[in-house]
Write a protein that binds this ligand. Structure first.
Ligand code: C2E
Ligand code: MG
Ligand code: MG
Length: 587
């Protein structure tokens, strides 16, 4: 209990005592009345429950905590209190009886019942409290007996204690609690052979969101999300924690495989899409997810660190990505044979998703186009980037089917943007050489454009420098046909091959995309600056527009801007995003 409150209360009692015993009552009266007023003000907001009862159980004074605790009406004065029961020596006795039993000792002392229980009249629940009361008089003539009661609700103390282990906003257990729970879990690990998964989840773009919808609204999102996770945690038997800001942690201690973890995450990610409603529209939220699993990829003592590493990687891959920690981070050690088997089903199982990365005009930074980049949501490995699976698809020939899928998705999306009055932009699709070699490629594209009623001006194909060189004749013929109907052709990854000037002239591309590898050191390396500058000039001299890829920060942007590039693509503006996220940039 608050010592201060107790001492103030004792002074208050002494004053009452003085009032009742001083000869020169009148002189003191007004002074003391004022004092009591001051004390009452202090009592009113005190955390402890303070109540003054008449001998007929009428409430003469109740502070804020008492009003809440006893669920009193606003105008409580002189209403009768529904007397609670108090546990004394394991027996329940009503509070008024207890007071009556002690009322012989008027004014002399405070009666203390610490660590006892109280039961409110209507509610059967036992509440642990410390109870103090003192019998005295309200008036100087000893005509109005009263009892001053002070109750210290121990649930509040417990709550305060817990707060050290709870997130202040959402009241979910915090990271300190998670670590303590994890340690307890590790101690029991030898008892069974289950896996432990740690899932770190970051609601994407939260600071931007906060700046748009405001602090309070974004707090509401966090609280609602915390409640949602708590509900889900009960259903799927995991623990949930709120670490900091927009970061949540799930501890799954009884899983058989990665699949179990991923299925829970899928549910959450799906829920997030339509999670928060603003006026009439939904706010499409996504979360980046980092996972570490014991014993598959992590040792117990660095499970948390590994999950953070995986999260950092997931965030780099764009919004809504899932990353499972791999011991050799950076180098994926996927079982190629397994991916090879899985990939045959992946299209049928709808495991692919097209992400969009904006391409902006260099000078105005306005979004003028986008690149469609494919993502594979693998049921066990989570999000896999194309560098891993595109080569496998090329080997198996499945890339042709994938290309058709991407084309159809992009055209459907273009139609939706048209219908919903989004800004219409050109979307470029990466093309594999194999697609051109099927022979019917151009026919297929034209048929699709016709089917979806999309203008060829909204479509662009990217072909890598390497593949353009391999089969020049075949490629050129088809690319020329595409160009003829108004479809732009980009020469992708320029600078990674050995294209000669003469060769470049033969490839019917009207856009040159300078590869990221040449940009990485452009800020500090003069040699790279000269090369990039020369490439931009080369493109321009051939009447091509130049896109520079891989712009990650302001310095890179400023440098490239000086070199007169036309368009820019890179994390500095945006990572590749799921369509719901991306289209916000088109509004
Ligand atoms: P790309 O066509 O050169 O695409 C650009 C790649 O650079 C993308 O990787 C993009 O996420 C990444 N990127 C863009 N800006 C930055 C940046 O500022 N920093 C860094 N570090 N990276 C940046 P992603 O999506 O992993 O794609 C890799 C490659 O896979 C693509 O390279 C493309 O060749 C191929 N690919 C992607 N989607 C498809 C597809 O639908 N079909 C085919 N055939 N290939 C595809
Ligand atoms: Mg590309
Ligand atoms: Mg490229």
């Amino acid at each position: 209990m608050d010592i201060l409150i107790l001492s103030i209360l004792i002074i208050f009692l002494m004053l009452v005592y003085i009032i009742t015993h001083r000869r020169n009552k009148k002189a003191l009266h007004s002074f003391i009345d004022e004092k009591i007023k001051v004390f009452q003000n202090v009592f009113y907001v005190a955390e402890d429950i303070i109540l003054i009862l008449s001998d007929r159980n009428e409430i003469l004074f109740a502070n804020k905590s008492a009003i809440e605790f006893f669920s009193l009406q606003k105008y409580f004065k002189y209403t009768t209190l529904e007397i609670p029961q108090v546990k004394v020596k394991n027996e329940w006795i009503s509070l008024d009886k207890l007071i009556y039993e002690h009322n012989k000792t008027f004014e002399k002392r405070m009666h203390v019942f610490s660590n006892t229980s109280l039961q409110l009249a209507e509610v059967k629940k036992e509440i642990s409290v410390n109870l103090y009361f003192n019998n005295t008089y309200m008036d100087i003539d000893h005509k109005i007996p009263c009892t001053i009661i002070l109750i210290n609700d121990q649930r509040k103390e417990k709550e305060k204690e817990l707060l050290g282990f709870r997130h202040k906003l959402t009241k979910l257990p915090n990271q300190a609690q998670a670590i303590s729970d994890m340690n307890a879990l590790y101690a029991k690990l030898h008892l069974d052979k289950k896996r432990i998964a740690l899932v770190l989840m970051n609601i994407d773009n939260f600071s931007t969101l906060r700046s748009i919808i405001g602090y309070e609204q974004s707090n509401i999102i966090l609280i609602t999300f915390a409640d949602y996770l708590s509900g889900l945690a009960k259903e799927f038997k995991f623990s949930v924690y709120h670490t900091v800001h927009n970061n949540f942690l799930l501890l799954l201690s009884n899983i058989d495989s990665q699949k179990d973890v991923l299925s829970v995450i899928k549910i959450i990610q799906h829920e997030l899409i339509s999670f928060y409603k603003m006026e009439k529209s939904n706010l499409h939220l996504t979360a980046s997810v980092g996972i570490s699993i014991y014993p598959d990829s992590s040792k117990t003592y660095n499970l948390l660190d590994d999950a953070y590493k995986a999260l950092a990687k997931a965030e780099k891959s764009g919004h809504g990505c899932i990353e499972i920690y791999e011991p050799s981070q950076g180098k994926h050690e996927y079982d190629e044979l397994k991916l090879y088997n899985d990939i045959h089903q992946a299209l049928a199982k709808n495991e692919f998703e097209v992400y969009y990365q904006p391409i902006v005009e260099a000078k105005t930074q306005e979004v003028v186009a986008a690149e469609a980049l494919i993502r594979w949501h693998h049921p066990e490995h989570g999000m896999i980037t194309p560098n891993i699976f595109v080569p496998i698809m090329e080997k198996t020939g499945l890339i042709v089917e994938l290309g058709q899928y991407v084309l159809e998705e992009v055209l459907k999306q273009q139609k939706r943007w048209e219908l919903f009055k989004f800004k219409q932009i050109e979307v470029s699709i990466n093309l594999s050489l194999l697609e051109l070699e099927t022979g019917k490629f151009v026919e297929h594209v034209l048929a699709q454009l016709d089917h979806h009623q999309i203008s060829p001006k909204l479509l662009k194909f990217e072909i890598t420098e390497g593949s353009a060189m391999i089969s020049e004749a075949q490629t050129s013929k088809q690319l020329l046909e595409l160009k003829r109907v108004g479809i732009d052709i980009s020469l992708d990854d320029f600078g990674t091959g050995y294209t000669s000037f003469a060769y470049l002239k033969k490839i019917p591309a009207n856009i040159l995309k300078i590869d990221r590898s040449l940009i990485i050191h452009v800020v500090n390396n003069e040699e790279d600056q000269r090369i990039v500058n020369a490439m931009i000039e080369l493109g321009h001299s051939l009447g091509m527009k130049v896109v520079v890829e891989g712009i990650e920060d302001k310095e890179m942007y400023t440098m490239i801007l000086k070199m007169d590039a036309d368009y820019i693509q890179g994390y500095y503006f945006s990572k590749p995003l799921p369509v719901f996220e991306f289209q916000k940039l088109l509004r």
